[in-house]
Design a protein around this ligand. Structure first.
Ligand SMILES: C[S@@+](CC[C@H](N)C(=O)[O-])C[C@H]1O[C@@H](n2cnc3c(N)ncnc32)[C@H](O)[C@@H]1O
Length: 226
C-alpha cells in the first residue's frame, strides 16, 4: 500500500488584513481594477504588457509609493506590482488613475506562487523587494518571504544582466538573505552605484522613513544575474 505523503505547504509570509480596507479603497478597486488589475488565472504573463516590454516587478509594494514614483519617472519601462494587501492595491491604483499612469499593472496574489509558476523565465529587468515583513521572532522566521525556493525562482525569471534589489531594516533578515544570495551561482553582488540611476534614487517609502526615525538601520543587497 502506498503511503499518503501529504507535504505541508510552507507558512504564509503575510497575514490577510482585509478588514482594514477603507470605503475609498474599495471604490477604487471597483472602478480601476479593469484598467490596472491582472488575474493570473485568466491572463498569461506575456499578455500583461506589449511584446518586448522591459518589465520591473516590485514584490509586496505596501501602499505603492515606490511603484507610483517609478512608473511616472520611467515611462518607457513597464511595472508590475504584486501585493496580497487589498487596501494597498486600492490606494495605489486610485493614485495611478489620477496621474494618468499607463505603464503599471498589479496582481493581488502571493508572490511566491507567481514566481514559481506564472512569471516567464528570463523576462524581468529587475525585481525589487523592499522591507518584506521582518517576522522578528525566531519561531516566525520561517514565514519570511525570501527563502531558498523564492531566490531560485527570482534567478530563473530575471533576464541576464537583470537586477535584484533587496532592502530591510531587520539586521538578522539582512544577514540571512546575504548568506543565501552569496551562495547562488549566477548571481553577482554589485555596488548600489552599479544599479541604473533611477533605481538608486527611489524616494523612501513611509515604512522606510519610519524605520529610520526609529533608528533601525536599513541595509540593502544588490545583485545582477550573470
Ligand atoms: C512591511 S510592508 C513593506 C511595503 C513596501 N515594500 C515598503 O517598502 O514600504 C511588506 C508588504 O509585503 C506584502 N507581502 C508579504 N508577503 C507577500 C507575498 N507573499 N506576496 C505579496 N506580497 C506580500 C505585505 O502585504 C506588505 O504590504
Amino acid at each position: 500500500m502506498s503511503k499518503n505523503i501529504t507535504k505541508k505547504a510552507p507558512p504564509r509570509s503575510y497575514v490577510i488584513r482585509n478588514g482594514r480596507v477603507t470605503a475609498s479603497q474599495k471604490k477604487s478597486i471597483k472602478e480601476n481594477w479593469s484598467e490596472f488589475g491582472v488575474d493570473p488565472k485568466k491572463t498569461a504573463f506575456k499578455e500583461i504588457f506589449p511584446n518586448n516590454s522591459r518589465i520591473i516587478v516590485e514584490v509586496g509594494f505596501g501602499s505603492g509609493e515606490n511603484l507610483l514614483h517609478l512608473s511616472e519617472d520611467q515611462n518607457s519601462l513597464h511595472f508590475l506590482g504584486i501585493e496580497v494587501y487589498t487596501s494597498g492595491i486600492g490606494a495605489l491604483i486610485r493614485r495611478a488613475k489620477k496621474r494618468g499612469v499607463l505603464n503599471l499593472k498589479v496582481i493581488n496574489h502571493d508572490a511566491r506562487n507567481l514566481f514559481n509558476n506564472f512569471i516567464a523565465k528570463e523576462s524581468l529587468e529587475a525585481v525589487l523587494i523592499f522591507h518584506p515583513d521582518p517576522w522578528p521572532k525566531r519561531k516566525h522566521n520561517k514565514r519570511r518571504l525570501v527563502n531558498d525556493l523564492f531566490i531560485k525562482n527570482i534567478h530563473k525569471t530575471l533576464k541576464r544582466g537583470g537586477f535584484l534589489y533587496f532592502k530591510t531594516d531587520s539586521l538578522d533578515y539582512f544577514k540571512k538573505v546575504n548568506l543565501k544570495l552569496n551562495n547562488v551561482q549566477g548571481l553577482k553582488k554589485i555596488k548600489i552605484e552599479e544599479l541604473p540611476i533611477f533605481l538608486q534614487s527611489i524616494p523612501k517609502s513611509k515604512y522606510e522613513s519610519k524605520a529610520i526615525t526609529n533608528k533601525n538601520q536599513v541595509n540593502y543587497l544588490t545583485y545582477t544575474k550573470s
